[in-house]
Design a protein around this ligand. Structure first.
Ligand SMILES: [Ca+2]
Ligand SMILES: [Ca+2]
Ligand SMILES: [Ca+2]
Ligand SMILES: [Ca+2]
Length: 403
């Protein structure tokens, strides 16, 4: 039995070697051109393509009009079989002056290594005996500033540094691109995305939950609804505040119609707030409240209309104090103060709505709530958007000041 397995492995290796040798005769270097033809409707031509470094690859295929070809890019798997990465049908059937047409495949980003390109007739009526020419258009992209496929699942995500753009693209409507960003300390996190303005992308941010599974914390649809815009467009996702840790970003097409093969640029803009008086997400419950001191400002923000931010402060002896809140004029905030009861429950003692209906000439507005007489104890403050329309992503500043 063992001998049969060894024999099978040897035979498989021999077949791979033979296939490689056979194809190598027809091999072509990156950016080289092969001129060839199919000798019959059943003929299949296979060419070896070696990519010395990871990079972008697209094929240029020139053929007689009226013909119908399939051009496929494959890579050998460890077991010797070939996996199809892309199959493009070329079937231009209108007349041209030259009688030929040159078209290109969508661009793939590929790891370095061995690939095969296979040319065949789509069907019997699409077969032509005429010459075609095939060119591999390849750009080496060894640097970290370029997407590294295959990254379609989170565990194969490409690690990217904060504040450094990575250029990638969707190779097909089904392509998914995962990236991983490590935040060494708590701080702000904001995705910046530059994309073809006619495209429609989904950009998602995930954290890893206790069980090791991805949990989505942000979804942004990146598109442009106008019809005159050309070129590319840059959009910002809402700013998040996140604990230290690893986060995943994914880019994919919103749907088949929204797919574009063009390059995009993704940047995770991060600012470390270790040691700074800033909110510490995830603080959506009193038990996870961010501790603050009396008469000291803390900066925070709502990362979505549903975000809730809890803060906690303590008073040693009776004080007269009030909440001071600084915010952008278009925001509409609910700020609620609670007293912690002996049984651990929170009892509401003050509610203030912070908003302005007047036209503001300043970037921010500062409002003060009514004064409160607070006995020794622990208190909580909850900040949330008054409603969906009142949500603003910009920073706010909160303080409890004694009179
Ligand atoms: Ca990709
Ligand atoms: Ca991908
Ligand atoms: Ca927040
Ligand atoms: Ca929060």
């Amino acid at each position: 039995m063992k001998n049969r397995i060894v024999c099978a492995v040897v035979c498989a290796l021999a077949l791979v070697f033979a296939a490689a040798c056979a194809a190598e005769e027809n091999g072509f270097l990156p950016n080289g051109t092969i001129t060839d033809n199919l000798e019959s409707a059943e003929d299949v031509k296979t060419y070896l393509l070696e990519l010395p470094e990871p990079g972008g690859l697209r094929l240029r295929f020139e053929y007689v009009t009226g013909a119908d070809y399939d051009v496929e890019i494959l890579r050998p798997k460890d077991d010797g079989t070939l996996k199809s990465l892309q199959k493009t049908n070329f079937d231009y059937d209108r007349d041209t002056v030259s009688g030929t047409i040159a078209e290109q495949t969508d661009k793939l980003r590929l790891p370095e290594g061995t690939y095969y390109v296979r040319v065949s007739a789509y069907n019997y009526s699409g077969y032509r005996n005429d010459d075609y020419s095939l060119t591999a258009l390849y750009d080496a992209e060894p640097g970290e500033e370029y997407e590294k496929e295959h990254n379609n699942v989170a565990r194969k995500a490409m690690a990217i540094a904060g504040n450094a753009g990575v250029t990638g693209n969707l190779a097909s409507a089904e392509d998914v691109d995962f990236y991983r960003v490590t935040m060494p300390g708590p701080g702000t996190f904001q995705a910046i995305f530059t994309f073809a303005s006619t495209g429609d992308y989904d950009l998602e941010v995930f954290r890893v939950d206790e069980s090791g599974e991805l949990s989505r914390i942000q979804y942004t649809n990146m598109c442009f609804s106008g019809n005159t815009q050309t070129g590319s467009l840059t959009r910002l996702a809402d700013k998040l505040r996140l604990p230290a840790g690893e986060y995943y970003l994914s880019v994919k097409a919103y749907n088949y119609v929204g797919y574009r093969n063009d390059d995009y640029v993704l940047c995770a803009y991060v600012e470390d707030e270790s040691g700074l008086p800033a909110e510490r997400e995830f603080n959506g419950k009193g038990a996870a409240a961010t501790g603050i001191d009396l008469n000291a400002s803390v900066v925070g923000n709502l990362s979505s209309a549903e975000d809730v931010d809890f803060y906690r402060f303590s008073i040693g002896q009776q004080e007269s104090a009030r909440v001071r809140f600084t915010y952008v004029p278009r925001g509409d905030y609910d700020v609620t103060v609670y007293e912690a009861k002996a049984d651990g429950t929170l009892s509401k003692i003050q509610y203030t709505n912070f908003c302005t209906s007047r036209e503001a000439v300043t970037d921010t507005i500062t409002g003060s709530a009514d004064g409160m007489t607070l006995g020794a104890g622990t208190y909580y403050i909850k900040v949330n958007a008054y409603n969906y329309a009142g949500y603003a992503n910009a920073d706010y500043t909160l303080a409890v000041v004694t009179d």
